[in-house]
Design a protein around this ligand. Sequence first.
Ligand code: PLP
Length: 408
Amino acid sequence: MACRTDDVIERAERWGAHNYHPLPVVLTKAEGPFVWDIEGKKYLDMLSCYSALSHGHCNPRIIEAAKRQMGEITLTSRAFHNEPYSLFCEKLAKLAGLDMVLPMNSGAEAVESALKIARCWGYRVKKVQQDKAQILAAEGNFHGRTIAIVSFSTEQDYRVPFGPPAAGFGIVPYGDPEALEKAITPNTVAFLVEPIQGEGGIILPPEGYLKRVREICAKHNILMMLDEVQTGLARTGKMFAFQHEEVKPDVLILGKALGGGLLPVSACVGTKEVMSVLKPGEHGSTFGGMPLSMTVANEAIDILVEEDLSNRADRLGKKAIETLRAANLEGVQEVRGRGLLIGVQFEDFIGGAMRVVEALMHKGVLAKDTRVDTMRLAPALTIEEADLDAAVETVIETIREVAKARRG
Ligand code: PLP
């Protein structure tokens, strides 16, 4: 007789589009860093919805705030004002040390918004000739899945089947400020970059990269736009990853954890000069800025600050990385990361990170690969130290077993 897991998966396979390749586990319940499958088995979630669950699953403060707001008003549209929106804009602008905020829903939408703002700034402020604006992005980037965004993806699978690519984008190598400077033309209006490439395989640029990028952008009058959808909001051990190098972008893009693990909430945050290029009617979103999302995001930000989750991510992340490196594991090429955004890259003989990921699932730890050879570890920032220690031990034990089996 087929188990409930098989039933659910078969129905999804039959009726759902096949744009993901999920692990064969059906999740039905969650609390903090833990999830339970439909058969009742408990797992530690080391993926955290690609860092969107930094507050842990079903964080009681966030659920409570949402319930309170649901008894009042949930959706207004931006045709009218609502108080949670005004509080959110002030709170997030101050947190980032910037001036103005534009709320959206998904990360990709916030990136699209930033691209539109950059072009608009290029025409209205920098005085680039209409339709000539160029935006540079980095090799290995991941900024989402819209037509414009995949146009400048360097990953074939993301871009090629969806051509023709949108015009007006250029690519420079990641982590190489001199190559960026060389690529800039009088029509360049912005450089869009991730402080750490998350989907690209947890790639850290050389130290001082963001500082040099900041200088180059200022020198050539182009906008520095940081996509911190994955790295932002305490994940890397600072509230924003740009704070590791004490620079400030012109536009900061946030998403994922901004929704507290409950709702899709994203935002562009920027300087007044840049953000005020948008005039009424030129950009918008039906759900962006809705009272329910804004209340959830306000609570999510308060939790990060009040519970000092940046320092927690920094401390626990350093310990986890040190433990993984000290284990000196056969089959592991590199352990890298910052805060609780950690990548474990495997040597070829392991046969891809999925082998380790699948073995981990059987031992009650859920993780996922980013690129074929690298496994990402990104637990909730609220995880108890003992739970993280136990998960790291399971990871070490599992890698040992997989490496031994692969060596034969
Ligand atoms: N930007 C970065 C750096 C991301 O990691 C992601 C998602 O992984 C996105 C943008 C897109 O976010 P969303 O999937 O919410 O559209």
